[in-house]
Write a protein that binds this ligand. Structure first.
Ligand code: C5P
Length: 229
């Protein structure tokens, strides 16, 4: 069988539902192991922003592909991509096969050669452990009760100065998860070898401790193997 391009680096794949805490956990895991981190959702959000800025339709394959081909990675930290309007549009462009294909190489190259010469990478998203890197060293699937996720999103948006009602956010979040789980291409699902972590009743520190406990044996083992050469 042909070897996948990511087999030489150590990879932690973190998938899960919207606002489940996967991004925070992925960042913390990356910092802990001194690995590179990529939030793959930002690629879909940047695509959506490019489409919306161009007054295109995120559901239109031609508009969406043009958006994916014109993303500006320097905007990945821009709060403009974090709004729920962009989140909904991201979910729409993400259902289009040509968009996913256009973003695939970037993600696989990141994993194959993590920036900064790091021995490994942590990537969070919806299809990292199932499609982007099925051979990942360790996989997590993060989830939490929808009401709690909506509350976290409400707090996050409030911090950004965006006032939203929680019931509306909950409805949007449920609709986005349903769309992400039911799309025919790269649907959100737990990989058979991913460890499930429900963060509903956990604060950030406890959730991180749990995530670390679930991946550390595999990651420490892979790091030791690398040092042995
Ligand atoms: O994780 P985040 O909420 O930023 O993702 C925005 C949208 O991008 C998701 O709802 C999903 O439709 C899409 N996405 C995806 N595959 C990924 C990451 C995100 O389809 N690997």
């Amino acid at each position: 069988m042909k070897k996948s391009p990511t087999t030489r680096s150590i990879v932690i794949a973190v998938d899960g539902t919207a606002a489940s805490g996967k991004g925070t956990l992925a960042k913390k895991l990356a910092a802990h192991f001194h690995f590179a981190h990529l939030d793959s959702g930002a690629l879909y959000r940047l695509t959506a922003l490019a489409v919306l800025d161009a007054k295109g339709d995120p559901k239109d394959p031609a508009d969406a592909l043009k958006g994916a081909q014109s993303i500006d990675l320097s905007l990945a930290g821009d709060p403009a991509i974090r709004t729920d309007v962009v989140g909904q549009a991201a979910s729409q462009v993400a259902a289009i096969g040509a968009v996913r294909q256009a973003l695939l190489d970037f993600q696989r190259s990141f994993l194959a050669s993590p920036p900064g010469g790091s021995p490994g990478a942590v990537m969070d998203g919806r299809d990292i452990g199932t499609v982007i890197c099925p051979e990942a060293t360790a996989k997590l699937y993060i989830d939490a009760r929808p009401e709690l996720r909506a509350h976290r999103r409400w707090l996050e948006l409030k911090g950004m100065g965006i006032a939203r009602d929680e019931a509306g956010l909950l409805a949007e979040l449920n609709a986005r998860d349903a769309a992400d789980k039911s799309r025919p291409i790269s649907p959100l699902k737990q990989a058979p070898d991913a460890a499930l972590l429900d963060t509903s009743d956990l604060g950030i520190d406890a959730a991180f401790a749990a995530a670390l406990a679930l991946v550390s044996t595999k990651i420490e083992g892979a790091l030791k193997d690398r040092h042995r050469g």
